[in-house]
Design a protein around this ligand. Structure first.
Ligand code: HEC
Length: 117
């Protein structure tokens, strides 16, 4: 695309990021979180949860659509991903943070994605 094209693309991305998304997570963190959540090798959240945009979901856990309206505090969502056994010792949900199934950065990215649902 050439130097000018790259600069132009970068400024468009910057402008999009600066507009309308003032309080939202950066788009690439959301995209990373979505990929982690949907990957069978990583979060594999679709094995148990219906998630908008995800295919062939399981029905072991609740539908995650509109999650932010149920959990307005980000810390509550992070805590569920860290170790849901603290709220429910019998949960089927793996303790992603506690057992290091995901890194702390991956958990933050997944939460960025979940907050867009
Ligand atoms: C093996 C099944 C399973 C997997 C895999 C799983 N979960 Fe869960 N999840 C559950 C169950 C069951 C619940 C219901 C609450 C409980 O059991 O304590 C739950 C609850 C939740 C909740 C709270 C929802 C609400 O409305 O209260 C969130 C958020 C959540 N899971 C996110 C995720 C994410 C993100 C992933 C992937 C990184 C994931 N879960 C992977 C089974 C699973």
């Amino acid at each position: 695309m050439g130097r000018f094209g790259q600069k132009l693309a970068a400024s468009i991305v910057g402008a999009v990021a600066a507009s309308g998304m003032a309080f939202a997570a950066p788009a690439d963190n959301v995209a990373k979180g979505r990929a982690i959540a949907f990957s069978t090798a990583q979060g594999n959240c679709l094995a148990c949860h219906k998630i908008p945009g995800g295919e062939l979901p399981g029905e072991i856990g609740p539908d995650l659509a509109g999650l932010k309206t149920r959990y307005p505090n980000r810390a509550d969502i992070v805590a569920i991903l860290q170790d849901e056994t603290r709220r429910n010792p019998l949960t089927a949900m793996p303790p992603f943070g506690r057992d290091r199934l995901l890194t702390q950065q991956e958990i933050q990215d997944v939460v960025d994605f979940l907050e867009t649902l």
